[in-house]
Design a binder for this molecule. Structure first.
Ligand code: HEM
Length: 426
């Protein structure tokens, strides 16, 4: 087999398959050989160039003109005519938001919509997040066991996301189903039978987003990032377009909640797998902010992102022809020894932990990163204080097969309720 530039494809490059469990379980370990031997390779199965090293990925993020983000939300596995007809029947029209918008349109829109993400604005949300986490923990603290994903880590970030966006609380289970369908549709490899079911959920999600937006237009002074966008549209209709708002309404729910839910589950899993580290942060909660960065580096919730070359380019001395698609495996970059010493070690005092690329980098770097960090910190503060004796239950972790959004589907933990600090205090 050959790459589009006529180079032979190595055995390992030919075998690369990000929909396999090996990639899901541990993407940086799955790509260790590539970081060492073939840091940029063509994957014939995927039809993408795969980039695995820190410096190469950062250089790609830095140049969003040569490496356009326009394919960031495109279906990685093209669907068949049946699924496409289903999507058409819902008038599905997901288009540019921010994450997949090119310059010069992107930056003015990003600037115009940035204010609700400033630390001062985010501080208003903190008491609500803490209250919510406490209430959810109250529900299971006397049970001695929990599935943290099912019982808190999914719903709290979803509630916070809806609150931040300004969406009235909806049926959580339906939104969870829609979000998973969106992830499979965008980054997965659904079988033909599954594609149709996914297409119905995605189509319904699109229509739901439109209806929510119509309702918001009736009360544009309400709080929320989407209402903020509606108000900005009045002054700058050319920058904040209807198509943007409808697409963002749908993509925003996923961007704001699934990423954070998965990141929180990955973080707690990683810390409980390293009990001495867990005990350290229980004893000294001031370690939590850097521990959150280290968890995002070591076991982040976005494993890989995408770009397309707008002209002939070079990545790590490999020639990439115009029109090539790139899978930039940020989780692999985060374990690159060339940038992070003892990269596989969990070191919550690491001084460059926040150099990780889990939030991307440059012009499109995640706008919600500080909201996500706040939620993760509050989860860790509440868990280390109220359940310091929590342990992982024996289990095998499963992941939704896809290239990018990664977190365990369940996270079973257990503890001795007689040892709950709250009981001992009484
Ligand atoms: C963009 C990851 C949480 C809103 C991005 C990008 C990544 C990412 C990888 C693309 C960066 C790039 O192309 O350079 C994450 C992770 C999160 C998280 C890992 C949680 C741990 C959130 C939250 C929100 C949010 C909570 C909203 C409330 C956005 C927006 C963009 C974005 C609006 C587009 C920015 C632009 O293109 O200018 N995020 N995200 N994200 N994220 Fe997040």
């Amino acid at each position: 087999e050959q790459s589009p530039t006529g180079c032979p494809v190595s055995k390992r490059a030919a075998a690369f398959d990000p929909f396999e469990d090996e990639y899901q379980q541990d993407p940086p370990d799955y790509l260790r050989w590539a970081r060492d031997q073939e840091p940029v390779f063509y994957s014939p199965r995927l039809g993408y160039w795969v980039v695995s090293r820190y410096e190469d990925i950062k250089a790609i993020f830095r140049d969003n003109i040569t490496f356009s983000p326009s394919i960031a939300l495109e279906k990685i596995t093209p669907t068949g005519p049946e699924a496409n007809a289903v999507l058409d029947s819902y008038k599905y029209g997901m288009s540019r938001t921010l994450v997949n918008e090119d310059e010069p349109a992107h930056m003015p829109r990003r600037r115009l919509l940035m204010d609700p993400f400033t630390p001062e604005e985010l501080a208003h949300h903190e008491p609500m997040v803490r209250q919510l986490v406490r209430e959810y923990v109250d529900r299971f603290i006397d049970d001695g066991k929990a599935d943290l994903v099912e019982q808190i880590l999914w719903e709290v970030p979803l509630t916070v996301a809806l609150h931040f966006l300004g969406v009235p609380e909806e049926d959580m289970d339906t939104l969870r189903k829609y979000s998973i369908a969106h992830t499979v549709n965008t980054w997965g490899r659904p079988k033909v039978e599954e594609q149709v079911e996914v297409a119905h959920a995605v189509g319904n999600f699109w229509q739901f987003a439109g209806k929510v937006l119509d309702k918001m237009r009736l009360d544009p002074d309400a709080s929320g990032w989407m209402q903020y966008g509606l108000r900005k549209q009045k002054e700058h209709p050319d920058i904040v377009t209807d198509s943007y708002l409808h697409s963002m309404m749908m993509a925003g729910i996923v961007a704001a909640h699934e990423t954070t839910a998965n990141a929180s589950a990955n973080a707690i899993k990683l810390l409980l797998e390293n009990p001495q580290v867990w005990q350290e942060i229980c004893a000294d909660p001031s370690l939590i902010p850097n521990a959150v960065e280290e968890c995002l580096r070591h076991n982040g919730s976005v494993a890989a992102w995408r770009r397309i070359a707008t002209k002939d380019a070079e990545v790590g001395a490999v020639k990439i022809p115009a029109g090539s698609k790139l899978l930039i495996v940020t989780s692999s970059a985060n374990h690159d020894e060339r940038h992070f010493s003892d990269a596989d070690m969990v070191d919550i005092r690491r001084d460059n932990a926040s150099d990780h690329l889990t939030f991307g980098y440059g012009a499109h770097q995640c706008m919600g990163k500080n909201l996500a960090r706040m939620e993760m910190q509050i989860f860790l503060e509440e868990f280390t204080r109220r359940l310091p004796h929590m342990k992982l239950s024996p289990q095998r972790f499963s992941y939704l097969p896809n290239t990018s959004f990664r977190g365990p589907e369940n996270l079973l933990v257990e503890w001795d309720t007689a040892q709950n600090p709250e009981r001992k205090d009484r």
